[in-house]
Design a protein around this ligand. Structure first.
Ligand code: BES
Ligand code: MN
Ligand code: ZN
Length: 501
């Protein structure tokens, strides 16, 4: 897709479709009045009819009339006060998805008021719209059906229309948006793939190809070496499957180097290619969704690749402990006691609480490699989805300054997080008869307890993002299909780039 920023008036831009966002009630003043006039009053007529509604992502398509574009697509941004960076991002996606199955080669989007409604102004709007369009192009139905007909159109050209703007600055911002969007789509394309297609070794192979493409260092740790390193929790989870586990380690920058913020950042992503629950097997209902339990791994692999495109050589690590959690004669059993890489003993009372086991060893390994700051990302608990649903990621962190740094990156990325507390009183619920602790307590407060468990494996500033609710959508929306959302990819990229030279 070619990207072009033009500073002409929207009615002077030639394209198959000109998209026109508007906030609040449709008021035909200024440029919108001129657009409506040239479209023979179609906007006003569709609005009066109720075909075009002033509710967020509401749309209507009209003939272009005297506009140079063939068609006019109006889209509501909803009430102006509610227009956030995330809404601008989603407007880009919703415009692209509204055109699914249509023959559109060139799409122009007029920025309208969007730049005035968010921090960062028109540059931010250009970046977010471009990223949104690219993310909107993603269609999971094409992964196994390349001839699928109703995908959002593969555009030849996206034209952002910002009369009077700084063309060079907007172009740069929009190009960044395209790259971030492509990275999210890379994560989503891996993430949506089925467990009979993507085993730990296949995911490691994908990571190798990505590393080669972007000049990243890669190390894939196989079981024998994991045993030497003392990764007893990781190996216990991986032992139940014929597809052996892989600890995928990617690095950009020189070994041991700090970034411009003085950090050695490691992002750690849960890579459970399928989570049956193991011996503590899950009920059948929706078990098929557990191929998405590798979302965190796909996200960190894509995020380090995106950073490599935007700021090559930025020091950082991405670590993805990758396993299949399966029942079988070699599986860990409830009550098995294993030793973690940091020497702590763990009583695996529930084999379905596997994510925290593999993450704990991966976090220890990140620190062994010199990480000074950690962020882990995982589809860790059903509890976070019950608490916050699919729109807000649950997050924990300590110390607060590091949490705030990650949250600020999330803000810039247009993603939403809700900070949850470590409640120290619940730690004793993880007490074991034999070991230092168990991997689950009673269900009450299970979300907090999952973070208390992980905290046992961090000795440096650390943030935990639980994306079990936000990592994939069960139903499509105006701005995204069902399936992997790519959530938090942009946050991790923003965070790493805050340490770029
Ligand atoms: N992968 C699941 C969490 C999950 C649930 C992700 C629903 C996406 C949607 C995780 O491994 C798990 O099984 N968690 C258990 C923990 C429990 C056994 C303490 C859960 O949430 O029920
Ligand atoms: Mn599980
Ligand atoms: Zn899981």
């Amino acid at each position: 897709m070619q990207l072009r920023v033009v500073v002409d008036q929207p009615w002077d831009v030639a394209a198959d479709v000109l998209a026109v966002p508007f906030a609040g009630d449709l008021r035909l003043e200024g440029p919108l009045a001129e657009i409506d006039k040239r479209a023979d009053g179609e906007l006003a007529a569709l609005y009066a009819l109720g075909e075009l509604k002033a509710e967020r992502y509401g749309t209507a398509m009209a003939a272009g009339g005297q506009l140079r574009a063939g068609r006019l697509l109006a889209m509501s941004a909803g009430d102006a006060a509610g227009v956030s960076r995330q809404v601008v991002l989603r407007i880009g996606s919703a415009i692209e998805r509204r055109l699914a199955g249509r023959s559109v080669r060139t799409l122009a989007i007029w920025l309208g008021d969007l730049g005035h409604l968010i921090d960062g102004g028109e540059e931010a709007a250009a970046e977010l719209l471009a990223r949104g369009v690219v993310e909107g192009e993603f269609e999971p139905a094409t992964i196994y059906r390349p001839d699928y007909k109703n995908a959002p159109p593969a555009l030849d050209e996206l034209i952002l229309v910002a009369p009077g703007a700084d063309r060079a600055a907007l172009t740069k911002a929009a190009e960044r948006g395209v790259i971030v969007g492509e990275g999210a789509n890379l994560a989503r394309r891996l993430d949506n793939r089925a467990a009979n297609d993507v085993s730990p070794e296949v995911l490691a192979g994908e990571a190798r190809a990505i590393a080669e493409r972007h000049g990243l260092f890669i190390d894939v740790i196989e079981p024998a070496r994991a045993a030497e390193l003392g990764m007893g929790m990781f190996l216990a989870v991986g032992s139940g499957s014929d597809n052996p586990p892989r600890m995928i380690v990617l690095r950009s920058g020189e070994e041991g180097a700090s970034d411009a913020a003085g950090r050695r950042l490691a992002i750690v992503g849960k890579g459970v290619c399928f989570d049956s629950g193991g011996i503590s097997i899950k009920p059948a209902a929706q078990m098929e969704e557990m191929k998405m339990d590798k979302t965190g791994a796909c996200t960190v692999i894509a995020a380090i690749a995106t950073v490599a495109r935007l700021a090559p050589g930025t020091p950082m690590l991405a670590i993805a402990p990758t396993v299949e959690n399966m029942p079988g004669p070699h599986s860990a059993r409830p009550g098995d006691i294993v030793k973690a890489m940091n020497g702590k003993t763990v009583d695996i009372v529930n084999t379905d609480a596997e994510g925290r086991l593999i993450l704990g060893d991966a976090m220890c390994y990140a620190e062994k490699l010199g990480a000074t700051h950690l962020v882990d990302i995982a589809t860790l608990t059903g509890a976070v989805a019950r608490a916050l649903g699919d729109q807000m990621t649950g997050a924990f962190g300590s110390p607060q300054t590091w949490y705030d740094t990650v949250a600020a990156a999330g803000e810039r990325a247009g993603e939403r997080y809700w900070q949850l507390p470590f409640i120290d009183e619940y730690r004793k619920d993880l007490d074991s008869w034999y070991a230092d602790f168990t991997n689950t307590g009673s269900a009450d407060g299970g979300l907090v307890k999952s973070a208390l468990f992980l905290r046992e494996f961090a000795t440096v500033p650390w943030v935990h993002l639980d994306i079990a609710g936000t990592g994939y959508f069960r139903k499509k929306t105006a701005y995204a299909p069902a399936g992997a959302t790519g959530v938090a990819h942009a946050t991790l990229v923003e965070l790493a780039l805050s340490g770029a030279k």
